[in-house]
Ligand binder design. Structure first.
Ligand SMILES: Nc1ncnc2c1ncn2[C@@H]1O[C@H](COP(=O)(O)OP(=O)(O)OP(=O)(O)O)[C@@H](O)[C@H]1O
Ligand SMILES: [Mg+2]
Length: 266
């Protein structure tokens, strides 16, 4: 299994500095979470890894991105997919006027492998998300938000990724649907795919991940084991919605009795 190493990465959009000297590692087989508020640079980080920055008029100004010993920063977006690193972009971005089935087939285009591998990948996606098989001939734009997120995930899986880059998969979803997506991410990870998960929903991300980073205005402000971060005052206050000291103390006391931030268990 392969690891991702991002070192000293800096990114700008014209005069806007979006990332400054960001270093991060996704160990083989891990789920790593990146937390941070609006504009912290989370999507920018994923775009830099997937080499899609230039579609947003951005560019890396320094640093290196290496996956499985290969320099992704010397590749184009299609080569990154072929190398096994596949992004699910912010806001799903399914092809609304194409059918669900064609969306999935489009996901296999960039990947290596023939008809047999594609059929196996499709069977696996249908097993994870039966609704995508039921709606295969329907236009993707008619799916609900949660179903579109499933389709976006399914489309990425069609490329048989070794590392999935997920940009806020729970955004805009009802809690039950967000939990469903989280469970699927867990299943995907259990079959050997590493995951780099960007989320504003810190509680969900910290349950899924073993390691987490906090981005603040383009820089890594905190990093460490997810359970340690989940217990830290700063993360609790700023990202887990614990608003004041008394509430924080109460929450800590409550957690000592019934831990609310334990690792995700199905
Ligand atoms: N295409 C762009 N052109 C110019 N500036 C941009 C562009 N995309 C992002 N930025 C800026 O770069 C910074 C980081 O943005 P980014 O979208 O990476 O943040 P984010 O953490 O993903 O935020 P959100 O949680 O809102 O999705 C912000 O200051 C943003 O305004
Ligand atoms: Mg974003």
């Amino acid at each position: 299994m392969a690891s991702l190493e991002v070192s000293g990465l800096s990114v700008g959009y014209g005069p806007v500095r979006a990332l400054r000297d960001v270093s991060l590692r996704v160990p083989p087989g891990a789920v790593v979470a990146v937390l941070g508020g609006n504009g912290a640079g989370k999507s920018t980080l994923l775009r830099a890894i997937s080499r899609t920055l230039r579609f947003h008029r951005g560019a890396a100004t320094g640093g290196a991105v290496v996956f499985d010993g290969r320099a992704l920063d010397r590749m184009n977006a299609a080569q990154v997919v072929a190398a096994g690193v596949v992004q699910v972009p912010e806001g799903r971005q399914v092809f609304a006027r194409m059918t669900v089935g064609d969306n999935l087939r489009a996901g296999a285009l960039g990947a290596r492998g023939g008809r047999k591998e594609n059929a196996a990948a499709l069977a696996r996606v249908h097993e994870l998300f039966p609704v995508l098989a039921e709606r295969a001939h329907q236009r993707a734009g008619l799916l609900s938000g949660g179903e579109q997120q499933m389709l976006a995930l399914g489309r990425a899986l069609m490329a048989r990724p070794r590392l999935l880059l997920l940009d806020e998969p729970s955004l805009g979803l009802a809690p039950l649907m967000a939990a469903r997506i989280a469970e699927t991410v867990r299943e995907i990870n259990a079959t050997g795919t590493s995951v780099l998960l960007v989320e504003q929903n810190a509680a969900l991300a910290l349950r899924l991940a073993s390691i987490a980073y906090v981005l603040d205005v383009g820089e890594v402000a905190l990093s460490g084991p997810a359970d340690e971060l989940a217990a830290s005052d700063e993360v609790r206050r700023r990202y887990l919605g614990v608003v004041d000291e008394t509430a924080a103390e109460d929450a800590v006391r409550a957690e000592a009795v019934a831990p609310t931030l334990r690792r995700w268990t199905p």
